[in-house]
Design a protein around this ligand. Structure first.
Ligand SMILES: *Cc1c(COP(=O)(O)O)cnc(C)c1O
Length: 400
């Protein structure tokens, strides 16, 4: 890792720009897009030398490991998060599967927060189970009960800050220290805050992973994931990536780096707009509960306030139970500025509806959601926030 001479913001702008790479004559601002499976060597002694270097640093020796640009992306994200190692992956979900399979083996027990991203649940329950890993889902707001779920074979604890869909913010520091006490590896999905607002490895996680598809790339046009580890687990992650044939395409690496240049200005703007929209919804009589970690009434807000330096644009709002799913669908369809679509983290606002029971299984999970109506999930983009609010206002007026 390079010496940290400049601030994160300056490094996000300057690192891995084309004209700083030796041997590239044109001096373009952006790095070239390298396309290559085969890498050519001068002679066999160079192969031997590269193999030695690769063992130490995970350096590129074959095109599947990416290019200098991939390494620049990994390096800057490792630094942003406070980790010693980072591996770029082909998607956010592949970051999840790489981290879990690197740490777990047959006979192990995995603890997963009940509010995680749906496909991560499915990966545990639907894939790891076949390979002899047992999964238990825990209430992310209840540390005491979670600690009692730890078994002699518990190897990994996995959670999100905050959880997808309902946005409960766990006491991440409490979970890391619990994990350390029981010699369990902690893995945290930091897609929502990004490493900019929440450097998880620096905060005490063993592994921090994120869907770069969302805010890092930031324009709804690329797929990649990032897995960052500390000294203890970092080499395991690189090894697993090689075994699994993981690769990120050169265009996506380029778009990822380009997205990082504007990460801070985008997130600072999105964060302000989202809080404004969330506060508007909180006061609306047709909304029962708004789930955005920066709002004091949102579950786990105190942990967000204490441990995070910013908030972002994805949040949930439960409608009043008087409204049916069908009426809520018509309301969403009437929005002019919010597209109906999954994924998030781009420049444009989105709205979708979720049926919570499909995504929960911890004992008594539904107690906290008794008499709640349909769940609306909003992604706030870079539009003028007052126009987003009037759009929502018009749609909610018509909702009956
Ligand atoms: C979207 C998402 C992922 C998966 O990212 P993809 O790039 O779409 O595979 C993982 N975790 C969270 C929290 C997400 O929102």
């Amino acid at each position: 890792m390079k010496k940290k001479k400049y601030s994160t913001q300056t490094r996000l702008v300057h690192d891995a720009t084309g004209h700083r790479q030796p041997g590239l004559g044109l001096g373009t601002v952006n790095p070239p897009i390298y396309r290559g499976s085969t890498l050519l060597y001068d002679d066999f002694s160079q192969i031997a030398e590269w193999n030695e270097r690769r063992k130490r640093s995970g350096e590129v020796g074959y095109g599947i490991m990416g290019s200098d640009t991939t390494m620049a992306l990994e390096e800057i994200l490792a630094e942003l998060d406070g980790g010693s190692h980072a591996v770029a992956t082909s998607s956010g979900l592949s970051a999840v599967s790489l981290a879990l399979t690197a740490c777990l083996e047959s006979g192990d027990h995995l603890l997963i927060a009940d509010n995680v991203y749906g496909p991560a649940r499915l990966f545990a329950d639907g894939f790891l189970k076949k390979y002899g890993v047992e999964t238990t889902f825990f209430d992310p707001l209840d540390l005491g009960t979670t600690e009692r779920m730890i078994q002699s074979n518990t190897k990994v604890i996995y959670f999100e800050t905050p959880g997808s869909l309902t946005f409960e913010m766990p006491d991440a520091r409490g979970l890391y220290s619990m994990a350390r006490k029981h010699k369990i590896i902690s893995i945290v999905d930091t897609t929502w805050p990004t490493s900019l607002y929440y450097p998880a490895v620096k905060e005490g996680a063993d592994i921090s992973l994120a869907a770069g598809t969302k805010y890092y790339a930031g324009h709804s046009d690329a797929f990649f994931g990032i897995v960052i580890g500390n000294e203890k687990v970092g080499p395991m992650l690189r090894h697993q990536s090689t075994l699994m044939g993981n690769h990120v395409g050169p265009d996506d690496v380029y778009l990822a780096l380009r997205g990082l240049r504007t990460l801070k200005v985008r997130l600072d703007a999105i964060s302000k707009s989202a809080v404004k929209v969330a506060k508007y919804l909180e006061k609306h009589p047709k909304i029962m509960s708004v789930r955005h970690p920066a709002l004091p009434k949102s579950p786990g807000h105190e942990h967000w306030k204490e441990q995070f330096t910013g908030s972002t644009g994805l949040f949930g709002a439960f409608l009043s139970p008087k409204f049916t799913r069908a009426a809520s669908e018509r309301m969403v369809e009437s929005l002019e500025l919010f597209g109906i679509g999954y994924s998030w983290g781009g420049f444009e606002s989105l709205a979708v509806l979720y049926d919570l029971p499909a995504y929960r299984s911890a004992p008594d999970w539904d107690k906290a959601f008794k008499d709640f109506g349909p769940l609306l999930r909003l992604q706030i983009g870079l539009e003028e926030p007052d126009e987003l609010i009037s759009d929502l206002n018009k749609a909610l007026e018509a909702l009956s």
